[in-house]
Write a protein of this length. Structure first.
Length: 233
C-alpha cells in the first residue's frame, strides 16, 4: 500500500465506512466526494481517494465510474464488509487504536471572517449530505459532518440538518401555513429543533453576537437570515 498518509489502513477503513453509511440512505447508486474523507488522521486528497476506490473496485466491492468527482459508484455491501475486515487485520487492529474524534460539533476549521454577518452567507444543497457555502468572495464545498450536523450515535445527518434542508425547500421560512401537510409529531418538534439549529449555526460560523433567525413575534414564522438554496430536482 503506497498511500502517502500516516495511516493508509485507517484511510481505507474510513472510506469504506463513509460508503456504508451512504448506502443506508441510497443503497443502489451513491456518490462520494473527497471532502467527505478529509478526516484529521488521513487528510485525503483527490488522487488518494481515487486510489482507494480503485482498490475497492478491483476487489469487486464497488463498480461503476470512479474517475470523476464526486465519484458515482454502486456497492456490493457483502464484499465491502469483507474488505473492511481485511484491512483492519492488515493494520493489526490499528483502527481500535486511533483516537476518537472529538464530539464537539465544530472548531471553525473554515476560518470564516470574524465580522461575518448572517446575511452574507448562502448555503446551496447539492444532495442530502453535501453543500456549497458562499461567504463574501469565498466559496467552499463541504458536508453535514464537517459543519457539525452529524448524529453522534447514528453517524448520519441529525435533525437540525433535516430542518435546515426543510428551510431551504420552504424559501427560508417555516410557518404553520406552509407546513400543514407535515406529521403532527414533526410540527411539534420544530420549535426545539430550531433552537438547536441556531446553536449549531453559531458554532459553525462563529457568529455569537446575533441570532441566525428573525424575531418570531415580528415575522409570525421561523425565518432564517442565511440564504438557502435547495438541491436541484
Amino acid at each position: 500500500m503506497t498511500l502517502d498518509i500516516k495511516n493508509p489502513y485507517q484511510a481505507i477503513i474510513d472510506v469504506t465506512d463513509i460508503i456504508l453509511t451512504k448506502t443506508e440512505i441510497a443503497p443502489k447508486r451513491i456518490s462520494i466526494h473527497v471532502c467527505e474523507t478529509s478526516l484529521p488522521q488521513n487528510s485525503l486528497g483527490f488522487n488518494q481517494l481515487s486510489q482507494i476506490l480503485g482498490l475497492l473496485k478491483r476487489s469487486g466491492a464497488i463498480t461503476e465510474d470512479i474517475g470523476n468527482s464526486p465519484h458515482v459508484i454502486k456497492v456490493k455491501k457483502t464484499i465491502l464488509l469483507k474488505e473492511r475486515d481485511k484491512w483492519i487485520k492488515r493494520g493489526n487492529g490499528l483502527e481500535k487504536k486511533i483516537p476518537q474524534q472529538s464530539k464537539k460539533k465544530n472548531t471553525n476549521s473554515f476560518n470564516f471572517p470574524t465580522d461575518l454577518g448572517w446575511e452574507e452567507i448562502s448555503i446551496q444543497f447539492l444532495n442530502e449530505h453535501e453543500v456549497i457555502i458562499k461567504t463574501r468572495d469565498e466559496i467552499r464545498q463541504t458536508n453535514y459532518e464537517v459543519m457539525g450536523f452529524q448524529d453522534a450515535k447514528k453517524k448520519l445527518p441529525n435533525k437540525q440538518w433535516q430542518l435546515l434542508r426543510l428551510l431551504s425547500i420552504r424559501n427560508g421560512r417555516i410557518s404553520w401555513d406552509n407546513n400543514y401537510n407535515l406529521p403532527l409529531k414533526q410540527i411539534n418538534s420544530i420549535k426545539k429543533q430550531k433552537q438547536l439549529l441556531s446553536e449549531a449555526l453559531k458554532d459553525c460560523f462563529k457568529i455569537y453576537n446575533d441570532e441566525p433567525f428573525e424575531d418570531y413575534k415580528t415575522e409570525g414564522a421561523y425565518c432564517v437570515k442565511i440564504k438557502l438554496i435547495p438541491e436541484s430536482e
